[in-house]
Structures are given as C-alpha cells and as structure tokens.
Design a protein around this ligand. Sequence first.
Ligand SMILES: [Zn+2]
Length: 271
Amino acid sequence: MPELPEVETTRLGISPYVINQQITDVHVRERRFRWPMPDDLETKLKGRTVTQVGRRAKYLLLQCDDGFLMIHLGMSGRLRILDNTDNVAKHDHVDILFGNGKVMRFTDPRRFGAMLWTDTPPEQHALIHHLGPEPLSDAFDKDYLFQQAKGRKVAIKVFIMNGEVVVGVGNIYANEALFLSGISPQRAASSLNIDEMELLTAAIKQVLSQAIKAGGTTLRDFRKSDGKPGYFNQELHVYGRADKPCTRCKTPVSSIRQAQRATYFCPSCQR
Ligand SMILES: [Zn+2]
C-alpha cells in the first residue's frame, strides 16, 4: 500500500511535469473506484491549469485554478508521467493530457484509489477536515501528542496510527518509531510522559523523513520506474524481523497482533 512517503515522492515526481500546464484532454476508461469518479470530471478538468501540487495525508491535491483534483492511490494506485497515450494496459484507468505533451497516467489494479473534484478548499472536504496534523509539521510535537493522549487507554501503537491523532504513520513506521524511541507498543497512550512523547514524535519524524529522502533518490528515474510502491529498501530494525536478533541488544524480536496489524518489538529495549 502506498504510504505517506510514497505519496510525497509521487508529489515531487509529478510536479515538474504538471505545474503551470493546461489540461488539454482527459481519457477515463474506468469510473468504479472506492468513491465513484464523478461523471463530469473530464468537463471540470479540461482547459484548467494546474497551479500547485499539494498533499494532505495521503491525498494528492492538484490545484486547478479555482478547484482541486484530489487523488488517492488507495491500496495499489500509482501515477506515472508518459510521453504519449500509447500502450494502455489493463489497469491504466485514467490519462490526463497536458499542454506540454506529457500524460499523467493513473493505474490502480484494485481500484481502492480515487480521483475526485472539489470546489471547496480541501481542508474543509469531508474526507480531510477531521484529520490530525501532518507528522512532519511543527504542529505535531510532544505537547500536542501528550495533550491528545490524556485519558486514552488505547495502546500507543494503535494511537499513533489513528489518522485523527496524526496522519501518515503507517504500520511499518509505527513499529520502527516505537523501537527507535525505546517505547513498548503495548503501553497505554496516556502512560507516556512528556519526555517519552518527545522521543516518539522525533522518531516518527525521523523514519518518515528518511523514507521520503530514500524515495527521492529514485526520482531521477520517476518516468522510467514502474511506479510500484515500496519501502525504498530502508533499514528496518524490527518490522518483519520476528525471532531475529534485535539490532541493538540481540534479544529475539517479538511479534504480536494489535488492532489486526502486525506489531514487532524488542522486549528488552522497549519499555
Ligand atoms: Zn533490543
């Protein structure tokens, strides 16, 4: 599943080809997505110019003059920039053509993604307005997380993966950030003191920044790459390493399930 770093890498990858470009045509081959694609999307987009490519959580926000094209990559979506509309494969559902001759192609085998148009500011959109802050923003800090966690008995790992608390902390990043901060994923969110919240927020920012930076190295080949999401071959300390020695103390890594998701942690380093 494309996580926040992959979405951010996609944003950086498409930006140079679409910003300040007029949309000349839109080819839609499939409208049945997680949220059905509006019938008038082509009409809305044609003739408009993309002025900015933003992101909120995992939504890409292409500002087009007075409105926004919202794109979500869902479970398996990807965007590529091509030189023409040739070679359409089975899951290539949408092509957006630009004045510079480039084509932005949306491919999504599982169709959990979405392409929507909104005239209202994205921060007021029903899919976005309830979301917590961006993890890499200054608004996400120890004081914010400490306040949010007051009275919350839910496990800290489940807590930081809740998009209403903070967006973009996917399962791998939650596991790794808790390892780096030495905090057990099973502790109640409200049991962490302010110093632990400082360690945890810093670790979350660190793992996500590293992933974006690693993704950035593939940007050079963005147009050639298959666009498949991945974790950019990051070094993982605990994720997927059940029973393997902890990279810090050699204790075997434990694995449990929390809220239907796999949790990995070192029972010795994480308290
Ligand atoms: Zn350890």
